[in-house]
Design a protein around this ligand. Sequence first.
Ligand code: NAP
Length: 246
Amino acid sequence: MTETNDKKVALVTGATRGIGKAIAISLAKAGYIVVGTATSEAGAKSISEFLLPYGGYGLVLNVMQKESIESTINEIVKRSGDILVLINNAGITKDGLFLRMSEADWDAVMDTNMKAVFLLSKAVIRNMTKARYGRIVNISSVVGFTGNPGQVNYSSSKAAMVAFSKSLARELGSRNITVNCVAPGFIHTDMTDALPEQVKQDFIKTIPLNRFGSAEDIAASVKFLISDDASYITGTTIHVNGGSYM
Ligand code: NAP
C-alpha cells in the first residue's frame, strides 16, 4: 500500500479499550501520530503507555463537554500540529425499553454518540479545509440499520451518524476531505461483555460467519478508509458484521 500521509496526526476518541484502542494501535503501527482520548487521567496515562513507542499519546476528553473538546483540540494542535484524521469512536449505551426510557438516557446517548461527532468535526474542519486534506471516520453500528428493541436511543444515534456523514461528505468533497462510517456488528468488547449470556448465544445464531468480531476487524476497515487506497471513497459505510446484516 502506498502512503503519502504516514506522519499525519490522527485523533481517536475513546481509545482506552475495545474498538478505539485497537484503532489507535493499528494507526500508530501504520505510522500516524495518534492521539487517543480517555475520560480520566488514569485512562489517558494508559493510552500514553501503549502509544508512546510510536510517538503518540493519550489525553483526557469528555465528548459531552464542548469546552473539553475545544481545549483538547487546541492542545493537540499546539503539541503535534493540525489534526487531519479524526476517528469518532467514543460511544455509550443506556439500554431500556422505550416505555421506560428516560429523557436523561436519551440525551446522554445522543450527546455522546452523535452531538460529539458534530462538535469534533466542527473543531477540526477548518484546518482540514486549509490543508486540502482530511479523513473523518465515524463508528456507527449495525443496529443503526436494523433497529434493536431496547436501543431506541442508541440505534437512533448510530443512524443519525450515517446521514451526517453523507451530508458532510457532499459539502467537503471538493476540499479533498472524505467522511465515512464503519458499522460494526457484534464485537467482543466491554460494551458487549456486559450483555446477558443468553442474549449473546441467541445473537451468534444470526451471524453467518458464526462468531463475534474482534476490535481488530473494525480497526482494519478504519485504516483502509483513511489510506490513500480509499481516496475515492466518501459518504459511505463499511459494514463489518460477519454477515449479520446484508
Ligand atoms: P467500550 O469498550 O465501552 O469503550 C468506549 C470508549 O468510549 C471508552 O474509551 C470510553 O472512555 C469512551 N467514552 C465513553 N463516554 C465518553 C465520553 N463522554 N467522552 C469521551 N469518551 C467517552 O466501547 P466499544 O465496544 O469499544 O465501542 C466503541 C464504539 O463502537 C462505540 O461508538 C460503539 O457504539 C461502537 N460499536 C460497538 C459495537 C460492539 O459490539 N462493541 C458494535 C457496534 C458499534 P473511558 O474508558 O474513559 O470511559
